[in-house]
Design a protein around this ligand. Structure first.
Ligand SMILES: Nc1ncnc2c1ncn2[C@@H]1O[C@H](COP(=O)(O)OP(=O)(O)OP(=O)(O)O)[C@@H](O)[C@H]1O
Length: 323
């Protein structure tokens, strides 16, 4: 650790530039810049295999970047990787629990690893905070997804990290447990803890202070939900069948997807959203269908999902063009 790094209160909890990771000839994270202020909750979004886990592992000192530099909690990503690991709470997709140990034993084991003082008190407090006291003797392997998640969060908070890196923490967890989890994340942020959380759920994206979106290793968008939607410059038309008959919309999907000016076509409840960045071209694309009886067309507000679906399509096109 550098002599000054532990004494400075950093302006940024995360401040990295040009982060790059390659496996063989494939670049899975490609010059990613990421800045996050302390106490903020940042949603990390992107399709499967887009490089979220790899980025998170580089940020917490578990993977060495091939290129790029920066700091987490004021600590140098390369020089201070070990210290970063001590100060960051990392929750993996599979929760990383010992299934044949009880809840208390799991927490006690982590407390030993971090050589925490007053271990029993700290474990008691963690059990209390996450509502795990009455279940402390249960084996981790016998818990439901929601309780496992709660235990994993308790485990990664035990050493009082100031930065939490959470990799799809709510995958496979029911809505009530997800809501409790997000309430806890907001309580932690209010205490000054910074959170970077990867998710595929749009309702969770809306609960974040800010968002970053990555596809094929490239960071494609960042900002608040409102900023990302505004920056996208997307125009959206919604079409519904007058008799609420979803089958009436099915014949539109493929031709609209192939029409010039259409960036994405996606179902939203009983409507289809047709989106594009050139309003005139989009209108031309939908014109043949607007005359069709039984369909109701109306301009719609672009949603985050519209924007992200459009971004995936664009980046796929760019990748194919570059081949
Ligand atoms: N150790 C490795 N060796 C080779 N390729 C790897 C390795 N780890 C990850 N990859 C590849 O890197 C790419 C990015 O993977 P990563 O797990 O970071 O994506 P992700 O965005 O977290 O995906 P998901 O949402 O599915 O968890 C994928 O194509 C993956 O197969």
């Amino acid at each position: 650790m550098t002599p000054t790094s532990s004494t400075l209160a950093p302006d940024w909890a995360i401040d990295v530039r040009g982060l790059t990771k390659r496996y063989g000839t494939t670049t899975v994270v490609d010059h990613v810049d990421l800045q996050l202020r302390p106490g903020r909750i940042c949603g990390f979004l992107g399709p499967n295999g887009s490089g979220k886990t790899t980025t998170i592992r580089m940020l917490c000192g578990l993977l060495t970047p091939d290129e790029g530099e920066g700091h987490c909690l004021g600590l140098d990503l390369r020089r201070d990787a070990l210290e970063i690991r001590r100060q960051v709470g990392y929750m993996t997709q599979r929760f990383g629990l010992y299934e044949d140990l009880s809840i208390r034993e799991n927490l006690d084991f982590i407390a030993r690893l971090f050589e925490l003082p007053e271990r029993k008190r700290q474990v008691d407090e963690a059990l209390e905070r996450l509502g795990l006291v009455s279940r402390q003797r249960q084996l981790a392997g016998a818990l439901s997804g929601g309780w496992k998640q709660r235990l994993a969060l308790a485990a990664c908070l035990l050493h009082r990290p100031r930065l939490l890196l959470l990799d799809e923490p709510t995958a496979g967890v029911d809505p009530k447990a997800r809501r409790d989890f997000w309430d806890e994340i907001h309580r932690l942020a209010a205490e000054g803890i910074t959170v970077l959380v990867s998710t595929h759920y749009m309702d969770e994206a809306a609960r974040c202070h800010e968002l970053v979106y990555i596809a094929y290793g490239h960071l494609l968008a960042r900002g608040t939900e409102r900023e990302i939607i505004a920056q996208s410059g997307l125009t959206v038309w919604a079409v519904q069948a007058e008799r609420e008959d979803p089958a009436a919309l099915a014949p539109l999907v493929t031709p609209l997807k192939q029409a010039p000016g259409v960036q994405s076509v996606a179902a939203f409840g009983s409507a289809l959203h047709v989106a594009g960045s050139d309003p005139a071209a989009l209108e031309q694309a939908i014109t043949p269908w607007r005359a069709q009886p039984g369909l109701r067309w109306a301009p719609a507000q672009a949603s985050l999902e519209d924007v992200f679906i459009g971004l995936i399509g664009q980046s796929r096109d760019n990748m194919e063009a570059a081949r």
